[in-house]
Design a protein around this ligand. Structure first.
Ligand code: PLP
Length: 360
């Protein structure tokens, strides 16, 4: 039976990319060696890293003055590394979920050691992060304003680049390459590469170079973006295989027509699932409709049908639906619609939902 992979992570990959990755595991770039065993100092991998960094910039139409890095440590390390490198006096945050909470916590730890201030402008914790706060003003005197563009767990998303004079920093772990971004507004964009780019193990960082080197605290080499830039993202052993697969994914994105095309595909997929939820007698969405994510659609059974949740989970699994269980903080179901998920999978899930509904 065909499986439809709605998992929230680590990642889903296109079949062509997977086939390429499988073949490179046996013979990488004609070397006769596996990509898993080549030296990251070999010219063949050097070319992969360079092309991956350049293609990342090309796809997001990145202006001059930015660098792309593929590092280790996940987005979770960036929660500390970003303020360590960029926060001089004050950074502002909005708290839109677990990952934003973690980013705020790590920035506060940094300021406890080295000074500086963290201001939380708004939070949606009062309603279990089911909406994006709107009632806040971004102060213009901050070093940067940090936000999480897509709240993977709760299914809310900020699909715009804020209109402010403040410099922006964003965690785009779960919606990078899902829409065009005005990179010129950002000092830094980071994320775990594992949702929309490649397998777990690489972290992407897109940083404006002239904002670096302005803090006077000592930076450990591994946490210093300037050191990684100087070494062309190979200061230490890079995540070779994830970067290789990331490059294949980005080549596929380019062939498809780039992020505008991906955005259209994602909007179409999201419309299908949200229409099914909104017109359903038994399901309901969990978030404020205008804040809905096009990457993670969260839904539950209406109160009067609550006892059917387990039965639906079993029924959907028997029809090949994988990974639709909601995160424990929300419950119910979550269909993740990352770039590599084909629309046919969403059509199949919608049919399964309708078939189940017809039975009850
Ligand atoms: N930020 C967001 C939006 C995420 O979805 C995740 C993981 O799912 C993280 C951060 C944490 O990423 P990592 O596991 O790479 O540290």
């Amino acid at each position: 039976m065909k499986k439809h992979n709605f998992t929230a992570g680590p990642c889903i990959l296109n079949d062509l990319v997977l086939k390429d990755a499988a073949s490179a595991c046996l013979n990488f770039a004609g070397t006769g060696l596996s990509v898993l065993e080549v030296s990251h100092r070999d010219k063949e991998f050097d070319a992969v890293m360079l092309e991956a960094r350049n293609l990342f910039k090309e796809l997001l139409d990145v202006p001059e003055g930015y660098e792309v890095l593929f590092l280790g440590g996940g987005a979770s390390l960036q929660f500390y590394q970003v303020p360590l490198n960029l926060l001089k006096k004050k950074a502002a945050f909005i708290n839109t979920g677990t990952w934003a909470t973690n980013a705020i916590k790590q920035a506060k730890i940094m300021t406890q050691v080295y000074g500086g201030e963290v201001e939380v402008l708004a939070s949606s914790e009062d309603k279990n992060f089911s909406y994006i706060p709107k009632d806040f003003v971004i102060p213009e005197d901050v070093d940067y304003f940090h936000f999480t563009t897509n709240n993977t767990i709760y299914g809310t998303e900020i699909r715009k680049d804020f209109d402010t004079k403040a410099r922006l920093v964003a965690d785009m772990s779960s919606d990078i390459f899902s829409r065009p971004v005005d990179v010129s507004k950002y000092d830094l964009i980071y994320g775990g590469a594992q949702k929309n780019i490649g397998p777990a193990g690489a972290t992407f960082v897109l940083v404006k170079t002239d904002v670096l080197g302005q803090v006077d605290r000592p930076l450990p080499d591994m946490l210093n973006y300037q050191i990684h830039i100087k070494k062309d993202s190979m200061f230490n052993t890079p995540p070779v295989f994830p970067v290789y697969v990331a490059l294949q994914t980005m080549k596929w994105y380019k062939e498809l027509g780039g992020v505008k095309v991906l955005e259209k595909m994602n909007l179409d997929k999201a419309a299908l699932i949200y229409d099914a939820i909104d017109s359903s007698k038994i399901f309901r969405g969990t978030v404020n409709p205008e804040d809905r994510s096009i990457m993670n659609a969260c839904f539950v059974m209406k109160d009067e049908y609550k006892e059917l949740e387990k039965e639906f989970a079993t029924f959907a699994a028997s029809r090949g639906m994988v990974g639709i269980k909601g995160h424990r903080s929300v419950g119910g179901f979550r269909a993740s619609l990352y770039n590599a998920l084909p629309i046919e999978s969403v059509q199949s899930l919608v049919s399964v939902m309708k078939e189940f509904e017809a039975k009850h």
